[in-house]
Each structure stands twice: as C-alpha cells, then as structure tokens.
Design a protein around this ligand. Sequence first.
Ligand code: NDP
Length: 317
Amino acid sequence: MEAKEHVKCLIIGSGPAGYTAAIYAARADMKPVLYQGMQPGGQLTETTDVDNFPGYAEGINGTAMMVDLENQAKRFDTDVRTGWVTKVDFSGDKKLVEIEEGKHVLSADSVIISTGASAKWLGLESETRLRLNGGGVSACAVCDGFFYRGQEVAVVGAGDSACEEASYLAKLCTKVHMLVRRDEMRASKAMQHRVKGMDNIEIHYNTETVDILGAEQVEGARVINNVTTEESTLDVTGFFLAIGHKPNTDIFSGQVDLDAEGYIIAAKPGSSYTNAEGVFWSGDACDKTYRQAITAAGTGCMAALDAERWLAEKGLH
Ligand code: NDP
C-alpha cells in the first residue's frame, strides 16, 4: 500500500465514539480526518428515540442525534468523509489505511478505531436470502416493523434487545412470537415483565429456528422445541433477529489484539491504548459490557485525549 496523503489523526467510524473522538481531536488542533464507514451515524440510526443520552431532556430521534454529533464535529473542522476502510497496516510508524479496495490510501500518525458492532444472524440460507432481498427478515424492528402492521411476526432472542424489539412490534402487529432457545430469558427482569405483560406476545421457550419459509417473502417459520424435538410452523410474515452483535473488527485482525469474539483487547486498563503503537480504541469495537451511546462517546473522548498525549510524547504534535 502506498499512501497518497498523510494525516495526524485518522478516525475510523461515525457512531457516538467516532464523532466524540473527532470533536476532541479537532479542538486539540489534531486536524482529524474521519471516515464514516458503511453505516454513517452507526447503530443509533436504526433506533427511534434515545431517552438516555444526557443533555436531551425530552429525548431525541437517534438519526437526528447523530446528525447533531456530525455537525458538532464539523463545527471544529473535522474532515468528515464518506467511504469505508478495507485494509490497514499498523506495523510502521506511519499507519497505512486503505479506503474501498484501493480507491485511496492514507498514512496516519495516530488512528482511533470507532467501528462499533453489527447485528448477528442465525446463518440460515433462507435468512440470508430473505434479508438481502428485503423479503421480511430484519435485525431492526424500529426500521422495518412498520411494514408488518396488522401482521404476525417472530422475534428471535431473549436478551434486552429482543424484549425491546418484541414490545415495539407488539404495538404494531397482531401477534409477536418470541423464540427463546433456553428455558429462561437473559433479559433484565424489568424487560421480561414488559414482554410478559403484553397480551399479544407469546413466548416460546426451548425453541429454535429450523428454517424461514417463503421464496421471495417470509411466509412462515419452521421451529423446533429442543426438549421434545417437536417441530411446528408459525404463520408469520416478518422475522426479526435480536441475538446480539459482532464487533466490526475483521479488518484489524493481525494488526491489533482481538479476543475470541473479535472485540479489541484494551492494552492498558483505564485507557484507550491498543497493543499497536499510536492506535487507540473507542466504543463497541472494544466494549462488550456497557455498549451504550454515552459510554461509546466517553471512550471516544478518552481515545482522542490519549492520542493527543501520545502524539505530543513522540514530538508529532
Ligand atoms: P445479548 O447478548 O444480551 O442477548 C442475546 C440473546 O440472543 C440471548 O438471549 C441469546 O440466548 C440469544 N441468542 C444468541 N444466539 C442465538 C441463536 N443462534 N439462536 C437463538 N438465540 C440466540 O444481546 P442484546 O443485544 O440483547 O443486548 C446486548 C447488551 O445491550 C446487553 O448488555 C443488554 O443489557 C444491553 N441492552 C440494553 C437495553 C436497555 O437497557 N434498554 C436495550 C438493549 C440492549 P442465550 O441467552 O441462550 O445465550
């Protein structure tokens, strides 16, 4: 990879972590360049109202909040660019970063990783097909639930996300089937109470998905009770996944230390250092515990401060 441009601070990703890092880096005169990635604004653009981000007393729409953060980063002259990173080489003093398979290559003194996490899928052929053709498989009830108004749908998962998705869908749909693979849910008691208190949510314990039926559109779901091995068909037209997330760190494999699930391993407790010199983590790419917008923003701030101090120590800033 041969760089066509050199920057002091490159930020990869545009969720709360990336934009917060950009606000701090720009105000510290680090002239940050931020690549937004495949999903500008990140996961919050898939949600409706954000009620727990301090400062928005009345709550705010997730996409609107990310536009606010982007505008705040731009106000301090962050160079916000569309495009995604396809390859990195952090072995040298100048970190090399390739954009969209060679469309552009930059070198950077410091890099802040803010690539976040993405929804997990079951891996069924029918799921992939009916997801990619927009045929009724989705990992975002808030984005797609509207299309299933007055219909019957299924939600896979038993965590807080699955409960949130199910209760959101229950307000739109005639019936919601929650497919829980164990005999209990992982979700907090409060979230469990919420779904158990809704008349049109049926919880199927010990239940796994065998197949999603339908060629072009979801026409049903074949499920199995993993205790009795009895199979049955649910008459659903929408199929929602809420089974957790995977960190977006594949491009960093071999460049920074990752754990077995792909989360970045923080090199020093209480800091945003990775094991690669001059490369800092922020947000859900490393944090699998809290995963909140506010914690992502907080670690974005940490990463920019750590990067600034590290650059100063190296005489680069
Ligand atoms: P979690 O990892 O907490 O839960 C994932 C769920 O999916 C688990 O119940 C798991 O089952 C199930 N699952 C995983 N793989 C499969 C599979 N192949 N087939 C069927 N089921 C599967 O993820 P969440 O996204 O729910 O939550 C992530 C974090 O975000 C949590 O810390 C959560 O508390 C937080 N959160 C908080 C919210 C809030 O407070 N309002 C809202 C949403 C999330 P099993 O239990 O058997 O492993």
